[in-house]
Design a protein around this ligand. Structure first.
Ligand code: MTE
Ligand code: MO
Length: 438
């Protein structure tokens, strides 16, 4: 069902098609010369993290050497092991077993791009500026990264970011959009300033309703008047201590694919509200009406519907907090295990805006559950680590299932949650296969 494919597979099947899908590169049938320009070139540059002076001579149908590993597989520079999804530009997710680190390294954070990222290899990041303005702003200002760093208190927090569509591939009838499995989630450590400190400094007024971002990436159509995405959050979410403007991830400048040099971060909500390559912060006196705010984008039916129902736009409500979820990150699904030994299993759990209260595991397809050890988060809105020791009574095929319950008593569903037209918010239990040998 899934249209997901490793990029190497994509190139093997049809290199020219792969080229076209990923970079919009067209190969001339006579000369075998590839033509890459405009947005495709920008996409490849963004993936490489540098401009390509001799791009006009680059042959078509070749995996750029920087993307090809010694074993013949493909990776996005700095993204070894991620699954590249069949879409343009780069979108990639992380297999569950590669999310085992307590703090997600940059190399293992999923990538979700709605447009073509800006090429930023030549900029001086400290000169990058954002305009803070809008109907609900008394003192509009243009603020450079240099000023952000010095004028406001700096904070470092570990915060989860998850795409609203993570898990989409499991819905039936299928939903259009990137066919994420479980890997559009990560929890790095971020450094920046509180959004609320900036908003207060810029004179946020009582009529403020929404805080939104605009960014430097460009629309896939190439039309400079269109934005790929411009979303936001209600003021109460923007004013939380964990809503930030950040310039660093895990102690290093943001990687180009993750918004270098500045991004907004409103953790716990759909990742789409965390604008990368930030250029403007808008204080709106209404619900923001930027790209991908209206229609069916990042919305679910206000009332549950039967699978396959066509829902009118006015009956769709904006997604806010993500639901309770968990992952089994160790061992990898398909592991072989010796019956006499104890089986150690672990992972993370998170619950959008809320805390995770309990984590249960099952080895009998959910007939019975036992409590796992669950740690506190490093700080509010960071995922929580869990672990359990299990024993099996006889050899055979097992599945280990994990199920988290949040502070409000809401549990992950064992099967799928309510169907919705765009396939958001799938928080079904994660499971792994285990072969127990005598
Ligand atoms: N400017 C801009 N910001 C953006 C996006 C984008 O395409 N452009 N994608 C959004 C979506 S849908 C998600 S899920 C997250 C993904 O963040 P990441 O790529 O750093 O993991 O960024 C969000 N911010
Ligand atoms: Mo997303």
């Amino acid at each position: 069902m899934s249209s997901k494919r490793g990029i190497h597979e994509l190139y093997n099947a049809d290199a020219e098609r792969a080229d076209k899908l990923l970079w919009g590169r067209v190969t001339c049938p006579l000369t075998r010369r590839g033509f890459i320009r405009g947005s495709g070139l920008a996409a490849m540059s963004a993936a490489l993290g540098a401009s390509i002076p001799f791009a006009e001579f680059m042959p078509g149908g070749l995996i750029p050497a920087a993307f090809a590993q010694a074993d013949g597989s493909f990776y996005i520079p700095g993204k070894s092991g991620l699954t590249v999804l069949n879409d343009r530009p780069i979108n990639a997710e992380t297999p569950a077993h590669l999310l085992d680190d307590p703090i997600t390294p940059a190399s293992r954070l999923f990538v979700r791009n709605n447009g073509i990222p800006p090429v930023t290899d030549d900029i001086d990041p400290l000169d990058w500026s954002i305009d803070v303005e809008g109907e609900a702003c008394d003192r509009p200002q243009s603020i450079t990264l240099r000023t952000l760093k010095s004028r406001y208190r700096n904070y470092t927090l570990q915060l989860q970011i998850e795409c609203g569509g993570s898990g989409r591939s499991e819905f039936y009838p299928p939903a259009t959009g990137i066919q994420w499995t479980t890997g559009a989630i990560g929890c790095p450590e971020w450094t920046g300033v509180r959004l609320k400190d900036v908003l207060e400094d810029c004179g946020i007024t009582d009529n403020a309703v929404y805080v939104a971002y605009e960014a430097a990436d460009s629309h896939l159509s190439g039309d400079p008047t269109r934005q790929p995405i411009s979303r936001g959050v209600p003021v109460h979410k923007a004013m939380q201590n964990e809503s930030m403007i950040v310039w660093a991830m895990n102690g290093k400048p943001l990687p180009p694919l993750h918004g270098y040099p500045l991004r907004m971060l409103c953790p716990g909500w759909s990742g789409s509200v965390s604008g990368k390559w930030l250029t403007r912060v808008l204080l709106r006196d209404r619900i923001h009406d930027g790209a991908k705010m209206a229609g069916q984008s990042y919305r679910v039916p206000c009332k549950p519907v039967a699978p396959g129902t066509i829902v009118a736009d006015q009956d769709m409500c904006i997604i806010e907090s993500m639901p309770v979820k968990s992952l089994i990150t160790f061992p990898k699904s398909g592991v072989q295990h010796v019956l006499s030994k104890t089986f150690n299993v672990r992972g993370h759990a998170w619950a959008g805006d809320r805390r995770v209260q309990k984590l249960y595991v099952s080895v009998d397809f959910g007939a019975s559950w036992q409590s796992a050890k669950l740690k506190k988060p490093a700080n509010r809105l960071a995922w929580q680590h869990w672990s359990a020791k299990l024993n099996f009574l006889e050899a055979g095929y097992y599945e280990v299932w994990a199920r988290a319950v949040d502070q409000d008593g809401k549990s992950q569903p064992v099967v799928l949650p309510g169907w919705n037209p765009r396939g958001y918010l799938n928080n079904a239990c994660h499971r792994i296969a285990v072969m127990v040998n005598a």
